[in-house]
Design a protein. Structure first.
Ligand code: FAD
Ligand code: UDP
Length: 375
């Protein structure tokens, strides 16, 4: 490959890398080389039309939700939106029940007719107070007690993470807090919507700029000796960047089993969760609910957790945080490289949080630029 001259080499064309490429190219007129070892842009949010003509998400369901007007406004430069509020059912005791647990979950599961105040009392009687809430088991048992924990959380969490909830940080199951009202939405964020033409179309608009060159299907290792650049932005796994010098940081992987079914509708909501430990998959997603697409067939994805494979989830637990700190210290001592994104900062971040992190990183980089008027 011929020698090229760029201000920035950005490794990874997911949210972290694409937002930074767009900001640096558009606002600072920087020349950016954006690369990804996958054959597409969009990172884990990549979607595409499958052989049957149905828009699906290659790496499992991605639902956009945020409380940040700023992040929404930023992304709205690249896409229109379709209103969508996510609802999930869990297959428990032979019934499909709303999750997060809410008033109707309790009433359906136990054949009751409680109101909110009664549901609060019902849960308070079952809650088992934990003095210091540290783990993903503590946080649930403390709120709703062992029985509901075992029905809805234990099996799902053991499958998803390959660990008992007592071995995981409280932040993991805290993502799905129980309510005593009848709001059955999965997220409570102010803004909940899907990019109207899909994520990939949004990414295409974001990185379409004469200053941005894109190379796909290429690993950083093969580009680093030939590409000329002043500064590197790395959004892949941080332990890989440093050749695993402190040992491997654990990331959880998934197998995505995509199928098309020859009928218009498969299930009654976009996602059904399977907390039963003996069922291999954790959830089934039916995309037409997310995209609003009308089609005579329907496309599904089964998610089957794996120990090995592409890194999808940092695993929040104390020993992993300790190991990450060592890599972070090394990153801090490597000023010509900026680490950003879910894999490079080892954070269980949603898409909007990664966008927020990338925009904040841009501000820091822009301020440090010699001709910056942002300083
Ligand atoms: P990524 O999207 O992982 O992008 C990193 C890119 O870097 C990858 O494309 C990778 O190929 C590339 N790369 C890595 N190393 C190299 C290398 N050495 N050379 C070249 N390229 C490299 N968030 C939500 O807000 N809502 C959801 O509903 C939601 N659902 C999710 C469901 C699943 C199954 C998963 C796994 C995640 C979900 N997320 C969701 C989280 C969301 O995917 C992430 O927050 C976001 O995509 C992270 O963006 P990123 O740029 O940090 O990382
Ligand atoms: N969880 C669970 N049962 C459920 C849904 C979630 O035990 O029905 C737990 C599980 O540990 C999961 C975590 O809560 O990994 C976070 O769930 P979320 O839906 O946010 O996971 P993600 O979409 O990030 O995979």
């Amino acid at each position: 490959m011929a020698k090229t001259q760029f201000d920035y080499l950005i490794v990874g064309a997911g949210f972290a890398g694409s937002v930074l490429a767009e900001r640096l190219a558009t606002d600072l007129n920087k020349r950016v080389l954006l690369i990804d070892r996958r054959p597409h842009i969009g990172g884990n949010a990549y979607d595409y039309v499958n052989d049957d003509g149905i828009l699906i998400h290659q790496y499992g369901p991605h639902i956009f939700h945020t409380n940040s007007q700023r992040i929404l406004d930023y992304l709205s430069r690249f896409t229109k939106w379709r209103a969508y509020e996510h609802r999930v059912l869990a297959d428990v005791d032979g019934q499909l029940l709303p999750i997060p647990i809410n008033l109707s979950t309790l009433n359906k599961l136990y054949g009751l007719n409680l109101d909110s105040a009664q549901a609060e009392k019902f849960l308070a009687e079952r809650a088992e107070p934990v003095a210091e809430i540290k783990t993903s088991e503590d946080v649930v048992i403390n709120q709703i007690g062992t029985e509901l924990y075992e029905k809805f959380f234990r099996g799902y969490t053991k499958k998803q993470w390959g660990l008992d909830p007592s071995e995981l940080d409280k932040s993991v199951t805290s993502r799905v807090p129980t309510r005593t009202n009848s709001d059955d939405r999965y997220f409570l964020d102010e803004f909940q919507q899907m990019p109207l033409d899909g994520y990939t179309a949004m990414f295409e608009k974001m990185v379409e700029h004469p200053n941005i060159s894109i190379m796909l299907d290429v690993d950083y290792r093969t580009v680093k000796s030939t590409a000329e650049f002043r500064h590197l932005i790395f959004t892949g796994p941080i332990d890989e960047y440093f050749d695993y010098c402190f040992g491997k940081l654990p990331y959880r992987s998934l197998e995505f089993r995509h199928v098309t079914v020859d009928k218009p509708k498969f299930q009654s909501v976009a996602v059904v969760n399977y907390p039963d430990e003996h069922v291999e998959h954790t959830r089934i997603t039916e995309y037409k609910y997310l995209t609003g697409q009308v089609h005579e067939k329907t496309a599904l994805t089964y998610e089957i957790p794996q120990a090995e494979g592409d890194p999808y989830y940092p695993i929040p637990r104390p020993q992993n945080a300790e190991l990450y700190k060592k890599y972070q210290a090394l990153a801090d001592a490597t000023p010509d490289v900026t680490f950003v994104g879910r894999l490079a900062t080892y954070k269980y971040y949603n898409m909007d949080q990664v966008v927020g992190q990338a925009l904040a990183t841009y501000q820091r980089l822009a301020t440090a630029e010699p001709n910056s008027n942002l300083a």
